[in-house]
Ligand binder design. Structure first.
Ligand code: SAM
Length: 330
């Protein structure tokens, strides 16, 4: 059995972790039955969301607009799903002990994800028990890494329905998460569910990574860790994610069994983007490809929207250093 990870104080490896438990905050959040704790109310949720929007800075102007656009995509009568025993055992193996209302918030998030999927597609997995493992556990497999890295600012690129970003944001209230998503409908779902869960540490940034990554004031080279799951082959994914990471930061892709082959196929893209493979790590649900950014990303990356997917670096035509006309916003 792995000893539980502490979110405050000193970890066994000596890293100082400043991610304090938000027990007090957790008391203010609706529980699985929709009951509200001390001082809780719609006004309080909205006040905290506004503060979060101000604190998190940009992309966030768009975020506030997302919150105001039309009716919420969420059904009002959804209640939290209960976590099945195999999921709870697997989480324990990861060294995670849930605190406060974390588990019921995960259940409420999952309930909204599955409920909203009946109206528009956010996930192919409809079975709740499978979803606990394949979505929530898979996302939480990144938790130990973010804790030991003491990540304060994290981006989830191509967040879709909020995976892996939202489950991690629930467990790491002192880490600021930017969920980057190109599709408007999905971004609106993310903004609504983050608000419903009173996640003051989450900003939703609607837009393409190719554009947002050139925003030096807010996003470029600004994140301690950049995460992505199911956002294309590794060569594409690293061009979309690497520019967001600080020098010294991590890019972490959740991959499947073909991870090693993908790393080999992305060799030239890794070189062009100045990334080093730190390790690949098997988890209960997949494989983490952990990359370290030791140098600044060349200014022309990512290339224009669509290029990283249509013409992945070094895969079909060899690494192509972008021409001046491809550079934007720099
Ligand atoms: N990460 C989520 C998951 O694991 O369930 C969603 C995966 S989904 C297959 C890929 C998501 O990435 C889609 O929601 C898509 O809109 C988004 N996406 C693809 N390319 C993108 C880009 N260039 N910039 C931002 N989002 C992008």
């Amino acid at each position: 059995m792995v000893p539980p990870l502490r979110r405050t104080g000193r970890q066994p490896n000596g890293n100082e972790i400043r991610l304090e438990t938000a027990r007090r905050e957790a008391n203010m959040i609706p529980d699985a039955t929709g009951r509200k704790g001390r001082g809780q109310g719609e006004e309080e949720i909205s006040r905290r969301s506004k503060i979060a929007s101000r604190e998190l800075g940009a992309g966030i102007e768009r975020e506030s607009t997302l919150r105001e656009e039309g009716a919420s995509p969420l059904s009002p009568h959804v209640t939290a799903l209960e976590a099945p025993a195999p999921f709870l055992r697997a989480v324990e193996e990861l060294g995670i002990e849930f605190e406060g209302a974390e588990l019921s918030r995960l259940g409420l998030y999952l309930a909204h994800l599955l409920d909203t999927t009946r109206r528009f597609n956010l996930t192919a997995i409809r079975d709740p028990e499978q979803a606990w493992t394949r979505h929530i556990l898979d996302s939480l497999s990144l938790f130990p890494l973010l804790v030991t890295q003491n990540a304060k600012r994290v981006a989830d690129v191509g967040s879709g329905g909020g995976l892996p970003g939202l489950p991690l944001a629930i467990l790491l209230p002192r880490t600021r998460f930017s969920l980057i998503e190109a599709t408007g409908k999905k971004a609106r779902f993310l903004a609504a569910v983050a608000e419903r869960l009173a996640l003051a540490n989450v900003a939703v940034c609607e837009g393409r990574a190719e554009m947002l990554a050139h925003d030096r004031a807010v996003h470029r080279e600004s994140y301690d860790a950049v995460l992505a799951r199911a956002v294309g082959p590794l060569a594409t994914l690293i061009e979309l994610t690497a520019p967001f990471a600080k020098v010294g930061g991590l890019i972490v892709a959740i991959k499947g069994e073909r991870a090693a082959a993908e790393v080999a196929a992305a060799k030239r893209a890794l070189e062009a983007l100045r990334l080093a493979v730190e390790k690949t790590r098997r988890t209960a649900t997949g494989t983490l490809v952990i990359l370290r950014k030791n140098q600044s990303t060349p200014r022309g990356f990512p290339r224009r929207p669509g290029e990283p997917a249509h013409n992945p670096l070094g895969v079909s035509r060899g690494p192509r250093v972008p021409k001046r006309k491809d550079r934007r916003g720099v």
